[in-house]
Design a protein around this ligand. Sequence first.
Ligand SMILES: NC(=O)c1ccc[n+]([C@@H]2O[C@H](COP(=O)([O-])OP(=O)(O)OC[C@H]3O[C@@H](n4cnc5c(N)ncnc54)[C@H](O)[C@@H]3O)[C@@H](O)[C@H]2O)c1
Length: 357
Amino acid sequence: MSIIPLRYAVIGAGNISATHLSAIATQPNVELVGISDPVDTARWRPLGEYETAPKFNDPEKMLSETKPDLVSICTPNKFHAALSILALKHGANVACEKPMAMTLAEAEAMEAARAAADKLGSINFSYRNLAAFRFARELIASGDLGKLLRVQCVYLQSFLGAPATPYSWRNDVSIAGFGALGDLGIHMIDGVRFVTGLDYKRVVGTAQTLVLEKADAKGTMHKVTTDTNAAWLSELDGGVVSTFETSQVAPGFGNFFRIEISGDRGTLAIRSDSPEDIWLFAGASMTRYATWITDLPQQKIPTAFVSDCKPITPGGIAQVMRGEQVDFPTFADGVHAQRMLSAIGVSMQTNAWQTLG
Ligand SMILES: NC(=O)c1ccc[n+]([C@@H]2O[C@H](COP(=O)([O-])OP(=O)(O)OC[C@H]3O[C@@H](n4cnc5c(N)ncnc54)[C@H](O)[C@@H]3O)[C@@H](O)[C@H]2O)c1
């Protein structure tokens, strides 16, 4: 069977563009027609095997001249909405980074533009690729945990607290929109929804900036205007109470994302740093009796499940464009997550629970 050819382009040539290029430009019959970044090309991150790709400083010029079928948006958050809508107007499908946008209104405008253009849009909720997340989702969907009762989710990093980490756009609320809340919290919001299959009903939250200033690479001090820490309490479908905590300044935690879920027939826990394991205590025969010793044994996820776990983002959209069935995270999923970010923000301003639609 012949594979439909795809013309592919990337906007934003920084760190995450490497992930998009290796997931999409390497697929069969994909032609990398351009990469665009406003920085002088001499100062771009080395592109390795993609060094010979046509380089642009103006995304509109690239889109007009190269007419891609699919565009990855890999820029700082402030530019996601305008560039996604621009790419859609030029007839491309869009693989956008997270968080989808700076505001809920922007995210909704992106989804409206996608629907009007009749194209596909994906958001790179990358933890959906992990075997642990998908195995937990399957266990819960098949009822192995019984009726869900509680969720606890933490996502901790330390990098921003380290004095050696220079100030960047990630610390500027006018470009990043959020700190830990949008950078890590968005993965938590989507991750819990993906694994449990439940939607959020209401939320109350708070956020803090615990590192107040940082030096840039030249030693100049800047005020940190994004949150470094956030916590929220939410209720999912069926009244399931869930607690969330995230930090970018928790010493000792490199990239620690953990979700723990209990139902009336068991408890499971999954961790980003152990993606092929699950901590699981489950089954009616186990939970019929009270347990007085904590016993959540770490177990290997079956190797057949792990080897079957092909990544669904950011490359799944390209596969779907060519007729494959891949359940990738869509713009609609991005809007769901953005609605929670927005509701947490309003709850902080009003000191009150916010109800989601
Ligand atoms: N899915 C994930 O797990 C994950 C991981 C890391 C980063 N990200 C997301 O990826 C995005 C980029 O992060 P990064 O770490 O690659 O940042 P980065 O700073 O390494 O790269 C951003 C690039 O965008 C360029 N840029 C800035 N404004 C632009 C514009 N208007 N048009 C085109 N290019 C522009 C910059 O020059 C830079 O090269 C962010 O939204 C971030 O949240 C997601």
